[in-house]
Design a protein around this ligand. Sequence first.
Ligand SMILES: Cc1ncc(COP(=O)(O)O)c(C=O)c1O
Length: 450
Amino acid sequence: MPTVVASDKLYSNSVNPQWVRLLDVLQMNVHFAHCEGAELFQSDGKRVLDFLSGYCVHNTGHNHPDIIAALHEELDRNGPVMLQSCVPELAGELASRLCAGAGGRLTKAHFTSSGSEGVEAAIKFARACTGRAGLLFADGAFHGLTCGALSLMGNEFWREGFGPFLPEARQIPFGDLESLDAELSTRKCAAFFLEAIQGEGGIRVPDGQYLEQAQALCRKYGSLFILDEVQTGLYRTGRFLAAQHFGLDPDMVILAKALSGGLVPVGAVLMTDDIYNSVYSSLHRAIIHTSTYSESTLAMRAGVATLDVLESERLGARALALGENLRQQLRETLAGYEMVKEVRGLGLFCGVEFQAPRHWTLRAPYETFKRIHPGMFGQMLVMNLFREKGILTQICGNNFQVLKVAPPLVVTEAQVDEFVRKLDEVVESVHASTTFWTEALGLARRMVNI
Ligand SMILES: Cc1ncc(COP(=O)(O)O)c(C=O)c1O
């Protein structure tokens, strides 16, 4: 059983006891003393390889020394951190670099402190610009858990108990141009929100034609084409934006997560001048949409330092090359297993999809666990990888059959090889030994009894 330490007790008492219980049940409640690059070191000295990156936060690796040095420097100079009554020093520099990275018509940035806040801002900007209320989103989408962002997600698990949501938000199938056309043709839609590659939906990579035509339909009907690149942005897929793989020219792009270097919350919504000016349209409206900490000097400094590292270490090229290598190795190594359906992704944004086994000896326990909880099999994989192999991953939040594989972009070739070898060992044990399934049953009992 995990050691119950004082901080867990305090956290349980005054924050979220269910989170502590869940980590305990999964036997993943460990304490980390030190994190560096793609490695996490537990307080008992055990090393864990991070193939989750805090859901694509740690593109530059944990605690990158250059970003830490930049933040130290900022703190040491006792500068104007949060005056709210002057032009923030670094926001212009960060904005112009982000817009240059995005290219196309994106020439303005609005800063936020999270991805959800970026989605909220994009909803307001889209409505202000088009004078329309309607909002479209795809099934399987994950856009964040604040009320506006949650209105753009169809999964009942996240929504239950929190409604009513924005009544003008409508879900359409991912990849379906006919439904998109039908909704857009009402000319009531302000925008279509889309992840260029769906993350929590299961690392779903659409074909480029779908994306191009979705963009064209938005243009045709006067709706904005908004890409949520909160997970895929900042070189995760090899390019600054995933959109650039597909030659897209979106009206707005939402970034967050990796922009902070994992150290200070910061997000950004990039957009055209026209959209921006439709909100800040007069002197009277100069502060019509703001958020207290969004342009804080520490956040901006973290963003600039993070871009410096991403560029100077050429982490985009690295993500492309290592991602190809990772997928190729995974495809070769996992090819013989009947429960492995597909390995897919772009750059270091990968998914391994599992499927129900055909063979009855595996099918019986698999179906039993699925009945207890649809995510049970995936969670067992995650738990096994963590506890037995020292690898941190997760299953996708809206698709429990897909193991998300997204290491920091500074991951080494040797670490990629190690991951492939260890995943192979776990998948082997799923197919060949009863231990995996016996343990799964134990987990199921613990979850039911808790
Ligand atoms: C694609 C996407 N959009 C938005 C969000 C929300 O970001 P945040 O948790 O920073 O509010 C997430 C979070 O995982 C995400 O994956």
